[in-house]
Design a protein around this ligand. Sequence first.
Ligand SMILES: [Zn+2]
Length: 186
Amino acid sequence: MLCAPILAQAPMWIGDPDTASLLEQELQAAMRATEAFGAMPVGPWSVHLHLSDDSFEKTTGAPPQRFAAWAGATLHLRPIEKLRRRDIGEILRHELVHRRLASSRLRPWEEEARCLYAEGHTQPQESWPLAPMKPIQARLDLALRRGNTASQAWAYAWLRAWIARKPLPPAPPLKSSGRENWKPDR
Ligand SMILES: [Zn+2]
């Protein structure tokens, strides 16, 4: 009976059945490790274990550097042989915090920072570092939502430095018009 709250939140597994049995414990551990970041939304959810990169990318539109992506209440994951090259627990903790913060009304950069922090911590920071100036917040949000590889790399490096209270990497130079040097993705 002690397991009831976890069982109540258990997802439906879709796709590769062998991987589902491998990942079940990893997922439960990631659920427990991220509890302090917020409650899981009520209602059914699922984990889709793709058998090919092609199917993962077609379904999610995710770029090659992404290993996991949410579409509605479904967490899509790359094939197990790809996940194994990374820390699966880290990936799951990160993605579960996205789900826990889905209705938090945080800005994209604030949510992403918490997810990155949850990769290595079971408790959020008591107080987060000072928020950056508004234009930097807007540029982080744009890069996270619609950025190219380079601008996303800057945004993630910036967020990792921010949560660690380290010197922040300078933002990429803007065009003389004040616009980004890259074209936002649709
Ligand atoms: Zn994320």
